[in-house]
Structures are given as structure tokens and as C-alpha cells.
Design a protein around this ligand. Sequence first.
Ligand code: PMP
Length: 402
Amino acid sequence: MQFDQIYASRNTRMKASEIRELLKLLDQPDIISFAGGIPDPALFPADEFADAFKNALTPERQAMALQYSVSEGYLPLRDWIVEEMAKIGIACDANNVLITSGSQQALDYLGKLFLSPGDTALVGWPTYLGALAAFNAYEPRYDRLSLKGNRTAESYAEDAADAGSAVKFAYLSPDFANPTGETLDRAGRLRLLELADSLECAVIEDAAYQSLRYDGEVVPPVLALEQERKGSIEDCRTIYCGSFSKTLSPGLRIGWAVAAKPVITQMVLLKQAADLHSSTINQMAVHGVAEARFDVHVAQLHVVYQRRRDVMLAALEEHMPEGVSWTRPEGGMFVWMTLPDRMDGAQLLARSLETERVAFVPGQAFFADGSGQDTIRLSFSNSNHAAIEDGIARLGRLLGSV
Ligand code: PMP
């Protein structure tokens, strides 16, 4: 059977990447990997989760924990999120919150909600690879979201119109972005909101790393800044996507979206059609752990990840040859490196795996237009200090020799 002859057209842009194939080699024990942007499992609050699951399975709660539940999500968890949102300047109620199976699911739903084939999505060059993967299924046209230059709203609208398209949303991860580690400053966030107002499009604020700030000045979320100007969340065009993956556990797959009620209502319909609801018991467990010690736990993560970032930045300073530049993130898990002229990140990875046994992610996959060959992403979250120092020294040696 030639299945590929009968696949829907949306699948043509969904490809397994060569890089992922290459990164499968990472299981080998002698490789130092800066590739996966994942939390350190040693930092999972495992004992707290053991208690929380036990608690959810007591005779009084087990019928609820193991049963189907509402698509909107477990109400005590939504209430907890409402309080957390208030702390960062977002006033909402539980009806503005949808629990999703990871924030990745929210990105998929938002693609599904807004994008007809050919519609325009504004994304950074580079942007989160998983967002491109989620949106690609809805066959969009991409345009480069640029908040530094002086590109006007009209030029985005005109370019879209020339392509027979319309701009539906701007997607970005404003804090410690994956892959660059960079943070959009307040002025940039305000420009984004002005742009979205002019284009009458939505803004998708991906806050996956927002709780992981190690230093520098806190910048309010885009949604908070919009609310400051417009008053009610019901008048805001920003849809905020949060996640427990980087703070408590990615394996439980619990994230959330916060937005004006009409958007949440639509997303609830999509969730009903897709998976009915996120795991009831996982939501209860996340609520139990979050309520008991979210802040304490996140403070512990800050100490460990900040040191790892500092060790990586110091090692880069020491070992990188002339012509290499990199970002200095104030939080998150990533440093983004630009290689000397015309050097290719994918070729460098192949060589690095062979000779230096160091892994990272070549940057090209993060660019909607396939550019960015001369970039790579390094993650510091899941390596100890010795591995970071050794791995960066090896990478510096390789870069100095090519
Ligand atoms: N957004 C960004 C920027 C990410 O890096 C990730 C995970 N790598 C996600 C969203 C999705 O995370 P999750 O579905 O686990 O919440």
C-alpha cells in the first residue's frame, strides 16, 4: 500500500529532521551533550510527586483522579494558575484558563484555530522549532517578525496581501527564548502590541521559560503590558501559553493557556475533539506539588541553572577563537552561537561527534526560511560543571582548527 499517495497535503511539510537522526547517537556514554533543551532529572521534585500521587489515590479522591474530567481542566489547578498570573500582572479568572497537555498542545490548537492554508504567521528568525512543527500542519505562510528594525505594520500587511494572505498572529517566546536565550525588552514588547493592534492579529506569548530568570530586570509578560493598557483581559489579543515542563516535570505533560474567554471557549472545543482533557491525576498531582512548594522549588532550580550558565559563559570566554559570538541569557536553558563566516553548523556537528564527542543542535532548523546555517544552540541545563568546561574546551579546539 502506497500510503504516502493518500496522505493529506498538510503532511508534506512535516518531515523528520536529519538532525534528530544524528542526535539519536547521543545515548553513547562518552558524548558530552549540549543538545537537548531539557531539565536536569536530578532536580525533579520526585518525592513530592510520590506524595501527591498517593494523595490523589486515597479512597476519597481516587474516583475523581482516575475518572474522565472536564475539558477546561482541574478547577483547583486553574485557580492556582489564576493566582500565579496575578503575581505577574495578569488579572483573569478560571474561565480564562485552559489546561493543556503541555504548552505544545496549546501551540497546536492555536495553529488549528487561526491558520487556514496560506494564512500568515509572524515568527522570529530563528524561533522555537516545535512551534514551526505545530503550525506547519496548518500550511501557513511565514513572515519574519522583526521588532528591532523599522519595518511597519503596513509592510507586513502589504506583503501578506501580495501573497493573497492575511496576518493571523505573531508568535514569540519573549523570555529566554528557545533557541537564542534572548529576552525581548519592554520597548520591544510594546512595539509588538502596537504592531498587532495595527494588523488586528493575535499575539501568542510562549512563556515556557518565563519562571527561569536568574538575573537582570524582570520584564512584565506581553499579556500583562497589554492589560495595563486595555484594562480587561477580555479586550486583549494576547494568548499566554504557560508550562510546568521546565519547572516541575515535562513528563506529566501539563501546561496552560490564558486568554479572553471567547478564545478559551474555542480552544476547549478543540480539546474536546482532540483528547477530551489532560490527564486528571497528573493535573491533581501538579496542583498538589505546585501548591506546596512551587516557589521554593523554582528558587532551587535558579541556583543550579544560574551556576551552569555562568560556567558555560566563562568557558566560552576562555576557549572560543576569534570570530565566534554568542548570547548571554538572563535565564532559561540556552546559549546561541554564531559561527565564523560561512561555517556550517550541521557539518560542524558531524565533525564534532566524530572527533571531539560534543553534541549541540545546528541552528538552521529554527529558521522558517531555512537560513541560519552558521548558528548552533547550546544548552547548559543538563550538564555538570566539569562536563560544561570540558565540552566547551573541546568545541573551542575544534572551532580553532577548522
Ligand atoms: N515552547 C518552547 C519555547 C519550548 O522550548 C518548549 C519545549 N521544548 C515548549 C514550548 C513545549 O513544552 P511543553 O509542551 O513541554 O510545555
